[in-house]
Design a protein around this ligand. Sequence first.
Ligand SMILES: Nc1ncnc2c1ncn2[C@@H]1O[C@H](COP(=O)(O)OP(=O)(O)OP(=O)(O)O)[C@@H](O)[C@H]1O
Ligand SMILES: [Mg+2]
Length: 224
Amino acid sequence: MVEPLIEAKNITKIYKRGSETVYALRNVNLQVMPNELVMIMGPFGSGKSTMLHLLGGLDTPTEGEIVFQGEDITKWDEKRTTEYRRLHVGYIFQSWELINNLTAIENIEVPLYPTKLPTDEIRARAMRLLRQVDLYERERHFPTQLSGGEQQRVGIARALITEPNLLLADEPTGNLDSETGDIIMRMLKKLTRGGTGTVVATHDESLRRYADRVVRFLDGEIIV
Ligand SMILES: Nc1ncnc2c1ncn2[C@@H]1O[C@H](COP(=O)(O)OP(=O)(O)OP(=O)(O)O)[C@@H](O)[C@H]1O
Ligand SMILES: [Mg+2]
């Protein structure tokens, strides 16, 4: 039997805002298999981003476990969690937050700078990715010299350079026209077929056709 790549077990996440208590997630269970693209859909404020943050080790649940390749990541110390975030997880956000004084190719390389990989190996990987996202000959452009869609693709290449097992995409097409959005989604689909587990959070119903499975969130709970 194939084991899930990652599994959220009975997750509850409570945020406290002053005297107010917000249940961002309530008893959520979610499994992602390798080679599977799971799409989390739901309205504003339903807990989609919170779920991605927890899966990616960016935040810890109030209750429950996040089991990655058989280990509960919520029990890990900061060092282990940082390593997990850096090497196993690729994040794609709606706001790609590129570093403005670095070129496209350097932005893609950033996640590998702290590693011991030789710089020519890092450059070779980044160039390969640049071609994959169809940005060949844009490597010396700075983010401000790229269109929104191009910046988004640099962000995606950056998320992929560590060859992550888990890809987390939060509204990856949110700022893009539908044609560029399709290119991005097809790319995510292809990567998933190549072996990653992918979770896409969106409220765009038109992306549903790219999902292997759709999970619907409402007010922090999964609805069937
Ligand atoms: N850091 C935080 N502090 C307090 N409340 C938070 C925090 N982050 C999220 N929340 C609350 O938790 C709930 C879920 O938020 P979340 O961002 O996960 O929703 P979402 O489904 O991603 O929404 P959107 O579609 O707008 O991105 C919301 O009510 C939100 O206000
Ligand atoms: Mg969100």
